[in-house]
Design a protein around this ligand. Sequence first.
Ligand SMILES: [Zn+2]
Length: 487
Amino acid sequence: MISEFEKQAEAFHQELSREYYLAEAGLKDELSITPIYDRYSHLFGENVVREFLTLTQDTRGRYLAEWVVLEYLENLVKGLTESVSNAMRQATVQWNGQQVAYPNLRPTISNEPDMARRHRLHELQREVTASANPERKSRFAILHDKARDLGFESYISLCDQLRRLELDSLANQMQFLLDETKDLFFEHLETFLHGIKVPRDQATTCDVWYLFRGRTFDALFPKEAMIPALTTTLAGMGIDMAQQENLELDIEPRPLKSSRAFCAPIRIPDEVKLVIKPIGGPDDYSSLFHEAGHAEHFLNVDPDLAFPFKRLGDNSVTEAYAFLFDHLPQNARWLHRILGSDRTSEFVRLAHFRKLWFLRRYSSKLLYELELHTELNGAQERYVSLLGDELGVAIPPEDYLMDVDDAFYCAQYLRAWIFEVQLRRFLENEFGAEWFTMFDAGAYLISLWTRGQELRPEELATEMGYEGLDAKYLVEELVSTLSDARD
Ligand SMILES: [Zn+2]
């Protein structure tokens, strides 16, 4: 029964990935997932779900059970998912006598050097975001109810048990990170905001987007050198991107194309798309490298692996490979070797601060989501206060639901950041500080990628000689890089 089910599940997964790809790449006006769910509805019947929940003794069954349950839930709210997604895709605002599409607002805001104009544009964006909040709230309310109907204590315990996220222990580790990095973070925040002429008491998240857009560093990251930088990096590890016929690189700036770069592994490993809409500067490089990390992972998966090990399992694994790559354009050795740039210390300092910002943002998001999924009412205030306390700038209340991915994806990002430092240390110890120029390092990474997501980060870390997943390396690195940058 399982193998026939897996075949169908893989076919469904491919159709769904293709639909998201077409809509997000701007090749289609509307996202239309309902017909796909309807065609495969036999995969997500409540009886199927209940049966899979009894088949969790082995890894393969557990990955399938997790997937079936989450797709069963999505099937119940797909109309709301579609409606919110299409409303946001089609919304526009008036700006300078022109209509600007909502998906283009974030890059426009990040590129706006004038604080007052940036804040005004951000307000317009927030109004649109808020217009879909009633639907987002109903959607979460349904997910919470249905999780309990399936016999779980809550939506939190459903996600925690099925995805094995160990949320309590993760939340403790992230609280430790927040405490250990607090003084350093606030000290640097003050300096960086001063550098872009934003008074701390007026600063909001959109000023941080502008800061991280790093326009003053554009000359370090020329647009035309971006793809060659990727192909040269891969070539250094013995990977010839031009020979990867299963990879399609899409860098065309279509109007409806999402401003968020993504990788669509439609058929693994035979059809993988890497989609990016370049806006210029360092952000483009990190987005391209992040998605290239995902793409190389999926392109190298053993085609004979069972579907659950090719595509399901713990996304912390693929996210760690993506982080390993997007870390390269902030590595002084890489900047020297690949881009031939030497005066990079100021940029590297900003990049380290940016990483700390993300870690603090996701750590506080995890703490917030644990509250949100316990009680939806009052969550908006908690979002603003919890994230505001840890990030030191005004947090837009309108974002309190939009800023939440389903099923604690934030926890998978955090697990990935923890694992990435362990993996990178391992590579540096085995192959040297310039591991990204070594064929042997490439061969080692391919040997990991071949295995898809069969193993969890804990298991991979143990194979590398660690005692499982350990945030101490990440915290150490964050503190030491920014302490060095003080002098
Ligand atoms: Zn990613």
